[in-house]
Design a protein around this ligand. Structure first.
Ligand code: NDP
Ligand code: OXD
Length: 310
């Protein structure tokens, strides 16, 4: 059985991982495969496949997304219907995301924003140290990555809360579920970490009205997708000081346009969609296990519910 591959960046590390975890399978690189071969390929491993990627894939049995988010794949104009789509669950990303989120929370908690500003002005002044209880951290999205952030933050003693679609019971975490509980959740977040998938239900979730529900001087860390947040409203609130700080990894338009005000904003630190990357080793091991399960007629891990959008 063969695989068709189109990867984020250089295919070499992916090919190496495929050789380790699925040595018996022949791998074809998309763009270098003839039509007769394409018609026989059962499994595609993709990241943001081009518009004509699925042309001629008449024998496709499953599509494996080489990342956690499937928002781009689900809007592919030629996505085959009735073929399971499977995403990566963690795949090395949870630990990376948790490190990144911890950096953002400590930046706020230990006043590194104030300190950096003071340094620019040669001001020697101690901003003081708050109790952890004074920095309430809320996580939007309690999936593979949101839960990783919670476990990372747990030993620091910050009051933790989380919001998801279905109610989760997580020890030591105040949990909320569903749209009706979102205002109550937001009102408790001194630092809000966004780790939701982008779906029809979550697009623009952090609208101007919802951003206004955060406590005065709250901070935002968006690690998920730019379109979850109204960027103009975010900018207004940062400009007015209603929001203290934003750590942003994702944007409506990527790469972020050169003239975007976020680049030089004194209350923003931004990174180029670099908070976490799928690691080829664990990701391909997960896909190998999923293909083996699929061929035995057993359930796979990370199957996407197309109607739900994640
Ligand atoms: P999961 O599918 O494991 O978790 C998603 C969480 O969001 C679940 O808790 C789910 O609720 C919740 N959720 C989904 N829709 C809603 C809704 N309408 N209302 C309330 N809660 C909702 O995803 P991951 O943790 O693996 O990944 C999250 C996202 O992170 C990805 O979709 C991707 O966009 C982004 N990402 C960004 C990266 C980057 O480099 N910046 C890297 C990797 C991922 P429930 O538990 O009830 O299902
Ligand atoms: C992902 C991403 O969704 O890297 O995996 O953004």
């Amino acid at each position: 059985m063969t695989l068709l591959l189109t990867t984020p960046g250089d295919p070499a590390p992916w090919l190496k991982a495929l050789k380790t975890h699925m040595p018996q399978r022949k791998v074809h690189l998309w763009g270098q495969t003839d039509a007769a071969t394409l018609a026989q390929i059962p499994y595609a491993l993709v990241w943001r496949p081009p518009a004509d990627f699925f042309d001629g894939l008449a024998g496709l049995k499953a599509i494996f997304n080489l990342g956690a988010g499937v928002d781009a794949l689900l809007t592919h104009p030629a996505l085959p219907a009735n073929v399971p789509i499977v995403r990566i669950v963690d795949g090395g990303m949870a630990a990376q995301m948790a490190d990144y989120a911890l950096y953002g929370v400590l930046h706020v908690h230990r006043h590194f924003d104030t300190l950096a500003d003071q340094q620019k002005r040669c001001v020697w002044a101690d901003p003081g140290i708050c109790e952890p209880a004074e920095t309430r951290v809320g996580i939007l999205g309690l999936g593979a990555l949101g839960l990783g952030v919670i476990e990372k933050l747990r030993p620091f003693g910050f009051p933790l809360s989380g919001w998801s679609r279905s109610l989760r019971a997580i020890e030591g975490v105040q949990t909320y579920a569903g749209a009706e509980s979102l205002p109550a959740f937001l009102a408790t977040c001194d630092v809000l970490i966004v780790l939701l998938p982008l779906t029809d239900d979550t697009r623009n979730l952090l609208s101007a009205e919802r951003l206004a529900l955060l406590p005065e001087g709250a901070s935002l860390i968006n690690l998920a997708r730019g379109a979850l947040v109204d960027e103009a409203a975010l900018l207004d609130r940062l400009n007015s000081g209603a929001l203290r700080f934003a750590l942003l990894d994702v944007f409506h338009t990527e790469p972020l346009p050169q003239d975007h005000p976020f680049w030089s904003h004194s209350r923003v630190i931004l990174t180029p969609h670099a908070s976490a990357a799928t690691l080829p080793g664990p990701a391909i091991a997960q896909i190998a296990a999923n293909i083996a399960a699929f061929e035995r007629g057993e359930p796979m891990v990370g199957v996407v519910d197309r109607a739900r959008g994640y």
